[in-house]
Design a protein. Structure first.
Length: 510
């Protein structure tokens, strides 16, 4: 815990945290140490973790990175937080995100953008290999092309070595400086992904509505697991789209994700959408890859896919085939409607969820008290950013009586079709689907921040979004580094409530 707190100071520039709770973590760590002395340990004793700032934490600011909740101190813990703490974990802080989880870059936050630690690690390693001095000011701002210009190359083998080494990241002692441009962390749970990737903690909670755990995990080179809808409790997770939101897990390895999942899963009386059948903790067994059938959805060969991602995808399919698995092409024909369907459903639920922030009962209250209407308008105008306001407007439009059938009901029907695509594929003996997580490696901030929020979501969430529509589990696993020194990750999608089977395959594949 102490090492991780020291590490946090060195990577502050990445802006992963909205609130640091180091003093609380230290107390929790001493309590763990005391338990250890009496041999009455808890399963997660002393494990440093971080939690996305849209999970309620008792007496600790929970802001959703929004002015609306800037000073909100929840009177209770979200069930996921309660379970982490009851199992002995130490909470290092709350992590940065896009306001209310609306975004895929972690750049739309009142606390400013989160920065991806890559290709910083890559640069350090390249310098070391080339016998140059680590930690010099010059080295921190060097990019891959600058290194190449100096004749510094890295083999594919040494690149994946770097990726594995980051699992020891808390031992790194250099300060991180990002310079004037950097790669985005992905989002909306970018702070949690960066906290794990930069060595500040070993596990973190995020929330995944359309890809918000898997997308940043993919860009930051860590494992990002979205369990089956209904397996983990949403009680105390401030909602974005209730029917799609799932608490998700970031870790350095698949095995760590399975450990956290085992301690977090199960029915919760406070969340009626959690399933009531008993949840069994399981160790990940060794499996025979020969018995597996891996599906490759043909619709996921979208035009914007990068060469690096495509190569990694082919390589992974070959890997399964060489190990004896059956690899077949499958079709998920309604994939193309997922983004537009999401944009209707998301806005409708957002319009409804955000109605509570009126500046009177909940959230920021403006000074303007000329009339109740003006007070509400002024509070919401300052409290929400443009993205949130835009979605509220769109949602209220879709929900107007004359539009309800045309948009909301139609989107619900399309959602059913998207979900049925997955069921059909799985009923034909396919065990797992193998796809990219994102179409490209992490984009540069300077480029990404020029795009509008809708375009970003349409481009970023194509492979992750349909999974939420179907409620099935999926995990993003880093597989290699690109030429530019950025993580390249792939997604494995499993069957509803077969979360452990999915993680078992992911562990083999890792
Ligand atoms: N990018 C999507 C959005 O902006 C999904 C976000 C999420 O999964 N929380 O709504």
């Amino acid at each position: 815990c102490e090492k991780c707190i020291a590490r946090a100071a060195r990577v502050k520039e990445l802006n992963a945290f909205t609130t640091e709770t180091h003093n609380i973590a230290k107390k929790q760590a001493s309590a763990s140490a005391e338990r250890q002395a009496t041999h009455a340990t808890l399963p997660l004793d002393g494990v440093p973790v971080a939690v996305k700032d849209n999970f309620c934490t008792k007496g600790i600011r929970t802001t959703c990175a929004s002015h609306m909740l800037e000073s909100f101190l929840p009177p209770y813990n979200a069930t996921m937080v309660e379970k982490l703490l009851n199992n002995g974990a130490c909470l290092l802080g709350k992590t940065n995100l896009d306001e209310f989880g609306m975004g895929c870059g972690s750049i739309d936050s009142i606390y400013g953008p989160v920065r991806n630690p890559w290709n910083y690690h890559f640069v350090c390693q390249s310098l070391e290999e080339a016998g140059l001095q680590l930690g010099s000011k010059e080295s921190h701002s060097m990019t891959y092309s600058q290194l190449k210009a100096r004749g510094i190359h890295m083999s594919a083998q040494s690149r994946s070595k770097v990726l594995r080494q980051t699992r020891e990241a808390e031992k790194m002692t250099e300060d991180v400086h990002c310079g004037s441009d950097w790669y985005i962390a992905g989002g909306s749970s970018g702070g949690s992904a960066v906290a794990v990737a930069s060595g500040v903690c070993f596990g973190a909670l995020g929330s995944d509505t359309g890809g918000s755990v898997r997308n940043p995990a993919s860009y930051c080179g860590v494992v990002g697991f979205k369990p089956t809808y209904g397996r983990l409790s949403r009680h105390g997770l401030i909602p974005l789209v209730n029917s799609l939101d799932v608490p998700g897990i970031f870790t350095r390895t698949v095995e760590d994700a399975a450990i956290l999942f085992n301690h977090l899963g199960g029915h919760d009386v406070n969340d009626s959408t959690t399933v009531s059948d008993p949840f069994h903790k399981q160790d990940l067994p060794d499996i025979s890859i020969k018995d597996l059938c891996i599906g490759i959805p043909k619709e996921y060969h979208s035009p914007g896919i990068s060469e690096e991602i495509l190569n990694a995808w082919k390589w992974a399919a070959d890997l399964f085939e060489k190990a004896g698995a059956k690899v077949i092409q499958v079709s998920l024909p309604h994939t193309q409607y997922s983004i537009v369907c999401y944009s209707v459903l998301c806005c409708c639920e957002v319009a409804s969820n955000m109605a509570r922030y009126d500046g009177i009962e909940f959230g920021y209250r403006a000074e303007n008290n000329e009339s109740t209407e003006e007070l509400i308008a002024a509070s919401r105008h300052y409290g929400f950013n443009d993205v949130v306001q835009g979605r509220i407007f769109a949602g209220n439009y879709f929900l107007l009586r004359q539009n309800y059938e045309k948009y909301f009901m139609k989107a619900q029907k399309v959602r059913r079709l998207i979900s049925e695509d997955f069921q059909k594929v799985y009923s034909k003996k396919v065990d797992i689907l193998l796809t990219p997580t994102t179409p490209t490696e992490a984009p540069l901030y300077s480029w990404f921040s020029e795009q509008d929020n809708r375009t970003r979501t349409a481009e970023q969430d194509v492979y992750t979004q349909p999974v939420n529509m179907a409620g099935v589990p999926a995990v993003s696993v880093p597989v290699r580094l690109s030429q530019a020194g950025l993580p390249v990750s792939l997604q494995l999608i499993g069957q509803s409530f077969k979360d452990h089977d999915l993680l078992t395959v992911a562990k083999w594949f890792e």
